[in-house]
Design a protein around this ligand. Structure first.
Ligand code: FES
Length: 98
């Protein structure tokens, strides 16, 4: 299977990570030391909320309970339960680390 890429549009210079097979997007970000706030890692709390700028993600059998309709419409997703379906580009996570 071809490896998927995660583009990080909010870094300067922009960076690209290889999405680890079997990992969630969140796990890939954390492994590469990308700052992203997270808590439940189960799609419930909404803390990891991040804009998906392009590409498709896959929640498999998980449900993004931490995402309301408005956030969905605005293109946000929950990296803690999402895998890459295609190469994706993401924006800056909504909740910033303190
Ligand atoms: S960490 Fe709670 S929804 Fe992602």
């Amino acid at each position: 299977m071809q490896k998927k890429r995660i583009g990080l549009s909010f870094l300067n210079p922009e960076q690209e990570l290889i999405h680890g097979q079997g990992d969630t997007v969140l796990e890939t970000l954390v492994k590469h030391g990308i700052p992203i706030k997270h808590a439940c890692t189960n799609g419930v709390c909404g803390v990891c909320l991040t804009p998906l700028l392009s590409g498709e993600i896959d929640y498999a059998e998980k449900q993004p309970h931490g995402l309301n309709d408005k956030e969905k419409q605005n293109g946000y997703f929950l990296p803690c339960i999402a895998a890459c379906k295609t190469d994706i580009v993401i924006g800056k996570p909504k909740v910033t680390l303190r």
